[in-house]
Write a protein that binds this ligand. Structure first.
Ligand SMILES: *Cc1c(COP(=O)(O)O)cnc(C)c1O
Ligand SMILES: [Zn+2]
Length: 449
């Protein structure tokens, strides 16, 4: 047995506690969500310096499962799970990229992009899914009757769920809104052998349905209303501070849809502060697509009211969500982190992703939303030029090749691409190619000047 413990409890503070191995997603007293709570007194018995040393010793090493960015922090995640039940793909440990040229363009030289999409299934969803699937594997090993794990998804959750389930040998079921996920995202759960159900509705419709079918307790719910996922995702906060040798940045900018990830980010920082690893908190900016902006609208009236919206189509398909499950969690985080919410239009997100690509990134549209919001906050001097900023990049750009190609060909409706780069068609003639190179080099020089 581990000397540390953790349990589910209600986000509104209702008194009951539940085992992490119990099949329960909502508080039986008030019906609201549950969070994982840790025995902080037990964790405090180890000093902050000792935790940092332990995490540093494990980081990206080979002693299974501790080399994983998530399981290297096992005591803070699910301390008592048996290592033999952990389903890990060595997730986390992603590059914290110094965005040198892009940052200079905007006058912020201490700009970093946390490349969470450089991971096993190409998005940060791996960080949470390793925890959820491992817990279910242990539940099954202990004799609980679970036939399958199911999720509603805008693409990346289903890719991660299908993959970790395939690794564990557990059946996975994914509910996707028809024609609203990219082909790359659709083929991932197909390749991993999940039951892929394509539904004539949007994400919010899939979410309602998955809650319905998981009332049948033999189908376990994998959406982020299940806070096991957030326990894994919170390690991104710990990891990025660790990558700065335990210094806290001034700002973290993060795209938000269902708002699980910003809730997890906040949780990671708060836990570090409570245990003395850090002394201050960063400010947090949540970036939303203007076409799916319920948090932004609520922010405009100081979170006094919240009205779900009908999310409109956006290139940032993973955040095309009108009724975010973790709204309350996210508001709590924003209030504690002096947070702001800003939005980006389709043109803004596509152009910003393309501009940053020209400085050596390859951005997904959600990262485009975060970068466009970063620009706005710099221009408004909310973010100041001498501050250290981390932008959370949530998925790999290769998942969105089709829309990135369409951008460069000028084929995205209502978007006039500022940074389109057309392939040039030429006869195989050396003279003509040399001329083209000369014109191209002049153009690049001009842009740099
Ligand atoms: C899931 C996802 C998001 C949004 O995270 P939430 O927890 O739903 O706010 C953003 N970007 C990508 C690529 C995602 O897969
Ligand atoms: Zn409650």
């Amino acid at each position: 047995m581990s000397e540390y413990s953790a349990w589910f409890e209600c986000i509104n503070g209702c008194p009951q506690r539940f085992s992490l191995f119990e099949i329960i997603y909502r508080c039986p007293s008030c019906g609201d969500l549950l969070d994982v709570q840790h025995d902080m007194d037990a964790l405090r018995r180890r000093s902050a310096a000792a935790w940092m040393k332990l995490f540093d010793e494990r980081y990206r090493r080979n002693d299974f499962p501790y080399g994983s960015g998530v399981w290297g922090k096992k005591e803070w995640v699910v301390p008592f799970i048996a290592n033999e039940n952990i389903v890990s793909t060595y997730e986390g440990g992603t590059n914290l990229l110094w965005a040198e040229r892009y940052g200079k363009m905007l006058g912020v030289e201490d700009l970093w992009v946390k490349q969470c999409g450089n991971s096993h299934t190409g998005s940060f969803k791996d960080l949470g899914m390793t925890v959820l699937v491992s817990v279910v594997k242990q539940m099954i090993a202990e004799g609980q009757n679970i036939a399958a794990i199911a999720c509603a998804s805008t693409g990346d959750t289903s890719a991660a769920l299908a993959n970790y389930c395939a690794a564990a040998g557990i059946p996975a079921v994914v509910l996707l809104p028809r024609n609203k996920v990219s082909p790359a995202q659709l083929v991932q759960p197909i390749a991993n052998g999940a039951l892929v159900v394509s539904l004539d509705t949007d994400f919010d419709g899939c979410m309602a349905l998955v809650q319905e079918i998981t009332k049948e307790k033999t189908v376990y719910l994998a959406n982020s209303m299940n806070s096991l996922r957030l326990e894994g995702q919170k390690t991104v906060a710990i990891e990025l501070v660790q990558q700065f040798d335990w210094e806290v940045p001034d700002w973290v900018v993060i795209p938000g849809g269902n708002l699980g990830n910003v809730s997890a980010l906040g949780k990671g920082f708060l836990m570090m502060k409570e245990l003395g690893l850090i002394q201050k908190l960063p400010r947090i900016a949540v970036a939303q697509a203007a076409n799916a902006n319920p948090l932004y609208l609520s922010y405009l009236n100081n979170f006094r009211t919240f009205t779900p919206v009908q999310a409109k189509k956006t290139l940032a398909s993973a955040i095309q969500i009108g009724n975010p499950v973790s709204y309350k969690r996210a508001v709590k985080v924003l209030q504690q982190f002096d947070g702001v919410v800003e939005q980006a239009t389709e043109s803004e997100l596509a152009d910003e992703a393309a501009l940053a690509d020209r400085t050596g990134m390859f951005n997904c549209p959600h990262t485009g939303v975060a970068l466009a919001v970063f620009r706005k906050l710099v221009e408004r001097k909310v973010i100041r030029s001498n501050q250290r900023v981390v932008v959370i990049s949530t998925a790999h750009g290769l998942k969105f090749s089709e829309q990135k190609t369409a951008y460069h060909l000028g084929k995205i409706p209502d978007v006039q691409p500022k940074y389109a780069n057309h392939p040039l068609e030429l006869p195989p003639d050396a003279r003509k190619v040399v001329d083209a190179i000369r014109r191209f080099a002049d153009k690049v020089r001009l842009m740099e000047a």
